[in-house]
Design a protein around this ligand. Structure first.
Ligand code: SF4
Ligand code: SF4
Length: 374
């Protein structure tokens, strides 16, 4: 592929019709979280803006972010890599290439100085001059600084790159940090998550590819369009929370019925991401739908915010009529305050619900919550 083709030129070379090109532009507008009024601008950018060269580096990490990325459905990761950006360097996709690949990295850095997008995945270990993560015979700390100096913009892909991640968990013997701790003076956007939702990453990359700049960010440097919603407010289990119906143990009937996971540690009330809207694998599922409490994996320091399976001590719930204790108490007809009383109230509520279900549907029928899991 010509490194500097526009998307439209590329489609023409592949004999893809104008209709399909326009459909792609509409899909990209939606993916980037833009208003439909901006479709003409997206079309114009796709016709005129040369596709950007991209350098994708990997630091101290597990490559789980890659596992997530390659399952992007809209656009497909293969389309993004082969048709929408000029991916010049990605070591995990080309590790067998060895030294020629490292030479190509150097060529790209000098040929496209000031033009390329740098995607960085993983934390940056800084202890002992970065010797705890060596790539191509050099500390990744050194390669990052070198590549960042010529980058037009940088994406921190995943919670490791954005915050330091699991590698930075106490006592952090490698002194792992976020990219933004060692690179200054460059436009940087954080796409956290452990791993990030693949379409959040591809949407951010496509925003840069089409408009030549990073998307608007929130106060923590994350794309606003993907990190503006609280998990709790988009959660399909929210009616159970509001009704004081909680899972108490992972193997209880409430767990099987799909009730709220707040009391087994769910961080949804203080986590911001698009999991509830977009989900993973083409909208198939996400942790809460699979029965696991949200651990707020896109939040700074989430890895040390343990124990993960214990209830948050006190959460702000400004959009509900009361906190979980009060709701449980009111519905059970008892006046209760504090954690112990809440546990009793929730148990009573649980039994009341169970009894109603049995009367209404007869024993052995599927509880209401199960329908949410289908
Ligand atoms: S953010 Fe999570 S999934 Fe991604 S590299 Fe770090 S530990 Fe792995
Ligand atoms: S506490 Fe968790 S499971 Fe319960 S409604 Fe909120 S986000 Fe959903």
């Amino acid at each position: 592929m010509d490194k500097r083709d526009t998307l439209w030129e590329l489609f023409q070379k592949k004999n893809i019709s104008r209709r399909d090109f326009l459909k792609t532009c509409v899909a990209l507008t939606s993916l980037m979280g833009l208003s439909t009024e901006l479709i003409p601008q997206v079309v114009e950018a796709a016709e005129q803006k040369p596709l950007p060269p991209v350098i994708w580096l990997h630091g101290h990490e597990c490559t789980g972010c890659d596992e997530s990325f390659i399952r992007s459905q809209s656009p497909l990761a293969s389309d993004l890599v082969l048709n929408m950006i000029a991916l010049e360097y990605m070591d995990v996709l080309a590790s067998a290439a060895g030294e020629p690949l490292e030479h190509h990295l150097e060529e790209t850095i000098s040929k496209y100085a000031g033009q390329y997008l740098l995607v960085f995945e993983g934390a940056v270990p800084t202890a002992e001059n970065g010797i705890y993560c060596m790539v191509g015979g050099k500390p990744i700390l050194e390669t990052l600084k070198h590549a960042a100096s010529g980058a037009l913009a940088i994406i921190e892909n995943g919670s490791c790159a954005a915050w330091g991640g699991i590698q930075a968990a106490r006592p952090n013997p490698t002194n792992s940090v976020a990219v933004s701790e060692v690179v200054r003076g460059k436009p940087i956007v954080k796409v956290p998550g452990c791993p990030p939702i693949p379409e959040v990453l591809t949407g951010t990359i496509m925003h840069f590819a089409l408009f030549g700049q990073l998307p608007p960010v929130d106060s923590q440097g994350r794309p606003k369009q993907f990190f503006g919603n609280r998990i709790h407010d988009t959660c399909y289990r929210r009616p159970f929370f509001d009704s004081g119906m909680f899972v108490e143990n992972f193997d209880d009937i409430a767990s099987k019925a799909g009730w709220c996971l707040y009391k087994v540690g769910c961080r949804g009330p203080e986590a911001y991401n698009s999991c509830g809207n977009m989900r993973w694998w083409n909208g198939m599922s996400y942790p809460i739908q699979s029965g696991a409490p949200c651990v707020a994996c896109a939040a700074n320091n989430f890895w040390d915010n343990d124990p993960f399976y214990e209830r948050l001590p006190n959460i702000p719930v400004p959009n509900t009529i009361a906190n979980a204790d009060k709701i449980g108490g009111i519905l059970a007809g008892v006046t209760a305050a504090g954690v112990v009383a809440h546990g009793v109230a929730s148990y009573i509520q649980h039994k009341v619900h169970q009894s109603k279900e049995e009367k209404a549907h007869g024993a052995g029928q599927q509880p209401e919550g199960d329908r949410d899991n289908e």
